[in-house]
Write a protein that binds this ligand. Structure first.
Ligand code: PLP
Length: 391
């Protein structure tokens, strides 16, 4: 019997386009001498003391599974971190789940709470996985478009306008990928009020929480009344330059963590033990190196924002993460045309803004997790490129 090829794949999966970022990197990987401001990861290697603790863990023979929740020692460190930073109290025994990156934590959070047809509010521009994962979990993503004139912050009015009886959750990501915007406690309070009024769950991806440059990061879970309805996600990829280690975590009320663990135990089992040991070291002794990296990003942030504005690309100053999101509208090019021509003509890779949602059209995402020399050279090339298009 022959299988009809078109029937092999689920319609949900078929309906989702491949990531715009990946397509771009495939082109970049085949070219020489490209300065890449495209990737969303630190250009630093994981600090040595963290790598060393992972090596030590292997030497000691820690090569087995851990509890599905993750090593208790790590959960205790996570609880301590959340308490020290935000005054939040979570029970390491059953309110903390160690995952394979924030990526897994986000997927589990959705699958744990969504019933078929539930709506999840996703503010755009946003991280490329947010909408597809809602669809994979059987939900319906409902987009809210943030705007440059609001500093790419989400307003309570925008959220309220799309709420229906089917709304189940809101996804928040501040500091934001791709815009670099942040939201203070006061700015988030309107969204908290709506979550309360409509009994919504808030999935707050705070993976860039340590990367803020003007003021400190406020955790959504620490807003009055919000801890019980927030699934707080965080991880080690960005703050400790540990993207390849694949480690993150989710914290929430016991009922939600129970449900997430149920999926995790049948799919992933646990995160690798030696990686978890590295993360314990990161939380215990990683602050100094992390602050050193953050101060480097801060220098680069100022350099790149000035560079874009000087060449005529309006750029809101990013307050967090390591991305700038300048407008390229004055060039008359679409985001994809801009990124593709820049790559071919000047060998600089950036990501077209529409990869992060339709309202990202007219923008590009440029990472500044690159050396000062690379950023300076990229700015020279980009200024030359932009001059050819701005009349
Ligand atoms: N969330 C956001 C907003 C991101 O930008 C990324 C990676 O770029 C992730 C999650 C994925 O994180 P992890 O490496 O922990 O899976």
């Amino acid at each position: 019997m022959t299988v009809r090829r078109s029937d092999l794949i689920s319609p949900v999966v078929k309906g989702i386009p491949p990531s715009g970022i990946r397509r771009f990197f495939d082109i970049v990987s085949e070219m020489d001498d490209v300065i890449s401001l495209g990737v969303g990861e630190p250009d630093f290697v994981t600090p040595w003391h963290i790598r060393e603790s992972c090596i030590y863990s292997l030497e000691k023979g820690y090569t087995m599974y851990t509890s599905n929740y993750g090593l208790m020692e790590l959960r205790v460190e996570i609880a301590k971190y959340l308490h020290d930073r935000f005054g939040l109290t979570y029970e390491p025994k059953n309110q903390i789940l160690v995952t394979v990156g924030v990526s897994e934590a986000y997927d589990l959070a959705l699958r744990a709470i969504i019933s078929p047809g539930d709506e999840v509010i996703v503010p755009e521009p946003c991280y490329v996985s947010y909408k597809p994962c809602v669809s994979f979990a059987g939900g319906v993503p409902v987009v809210v478009e943030t705007r440059a004139e609001d500093g790419f912050k989400l307003t309570a009015e925008q959220v309220e306008a799309v709420i229906t009886p089917k709304t189940k959750a809101i996804v928040l990501c501040f500091p934001n990928n791709p815009t670099g915007s942040t939201m203070s406690k006061e700015e988030l309070s309107g969204i908290a009020r709506i979550a309360q009024e409509h009994d919504l769950i808030v999935i707050s991806d705070e993976i860039y929480g340590e990367l803020t440059y003007e003021g400190v990061h406020d955790s959504f879970a620490a807003l009055p009344g919000m801890q019980g309805r927030t699934i707080l996600l965080n991880g080690f990829s960005k703050a400790y330059a540990m993207t390849g280690w694949r480690l993150g975590y989710a914290v929430a009320c016991k009922e939600i963590i129970d449900a997430m663990v149920k999926i995790h135990q049948y799919t992933m089992l646990c995160a690798p033990i030696m990686v978890q040991n590295g993360a314990i070291e990161a939380l215990r002794n990683g602050d100094r190196e992390m602050h050193r990296m953050v101060s480097q990003y801060n220098r680069r942030r100022k350099l790149i924002t000035k560079g874009f504005n000087d060449m005529g690309l309006d750029c809101v100053e990013p307050q967090g993460a390591f991305y700038a999101f300048p407008s390229i509208k004055k060039t008359g090019l679409s985001s994809e045309e801009f990124a593709e021509r820049l790559l071919v003509e000047e060998k600089v890779a950036v990501v077209p803004g529409n990869a992060f949602g339709n309202c990202g059209e007219g923008y590009i995402r440029s990472s500044y997790a690159a050396s000062i020399d690379d950023i300076n050279e990229a700015l020279v090339r980009m200024a030359r490129f932009v001059q050819r298009y701005i009349s």
